[in-house]
Ligand binder design. Sequence first.
Ligand SMILES: [Ca+2]
Ligand SMILES: [Ca+2]
Ligand SMILES: [Ca+2]
Length: 353
Amino acid sequence: MLRRQFTIPRLLHASLLGLMACVWPLTQAKAIVLHDTANPLDNTSAPTGTYQNSGWEWQGKYGAFLGTMIGEQYFITAQHIGVQGTGTFVSTAGFNGIGDVTYTIDSAANGGTGYWNIAGTDLRVFKINETFSSWAPIYTGGSEIGSTLVTFGRGGARGAEVTLGPELHGWLTTGSDGVARWGADQVSNIFTSGVGDLLAAEFNASPGQNEATLSVGDSGGGMFIKVGAQWYLAGVNYAADGLFDTNNTVGDFSEFNAVLFDKGGFYEGSDGTGWTFHSNTPFDKPTQFYASRISASSAEILTIITPVPEPGGLVLIGLSGIALLRRRRQALSSGTVFKLRKNQPAGRGRQHA
Ligand SMILES: [Ca+2]
Ligand SMILES: [Ca+2]
Ligand SMILES: [Ca+2]
């Protein structure tokens, strides 16, 4: 597996940033931008064909952003977007094909914290008070590189062209329009970073395949990859390369946010962290976007979202098991009700070692 240490300095978008700003100087992800089209209405309904059932149905609106259903009562999103004030997670008619369903977030979850942060990452898991009817399987393997991906976000459509002479290099990004949109790409790299493993995808000038990247507003949305016939949640949108400039003059406010399929000929960085010039070559130097890698945290995520086994499903082992059984019998005799496995009378059918 190709795996690189990520060291290129980048600047954050100034408007968002809390904790992550300190450790990850990239432009925080905020809008699906498509190479093929500037039409903001494109890719705003459920994907079909190759990308059918690729995760759109498991997206929901969390405040101004998206999250992905990953358990009967759980969804996952990004930490750096902060706690959104609404306290709800909405499966819209656009996502579920039927009608808006508003779920309420369990503010008492995790001992009153209201969510679980996956340590060392930008991932955050919330619990709802109600139940989802279906949810995304999370990817637990290690073969993301090369996979086709679909990603979801609520950023704005692409803006004005960015050119060098007659050459088109990409587009400026616009403010988030809040509209959910999808796009596709391929996982090209995995980086280690101060916020855990990140899946990276290059924004290439590849027409006709819904080639996409992220911009302001896309954070928190799910990135899915297909394994066999099943799409799995493999990432949560985190950031994109930026800023860019035509000079390295500090303080002239000429830097800009953009999605570039060729950053050749531009400076990249920030006034604060410095600028790196990319020479303009005949071949494109694509920018990348990044998603927090689910598989690297899958064990911790599964621990949070998997219900604790009930006594009927336990295999008791050794002295501790006997003690547990004794407690259980006492509980039974004192009137506590245990849910048992089907066709299994109380006190029978367990294995002792
Ligand atoms: Ca690509
Ligand atoms: Ca400048
Ligand atoms: Ca070039």
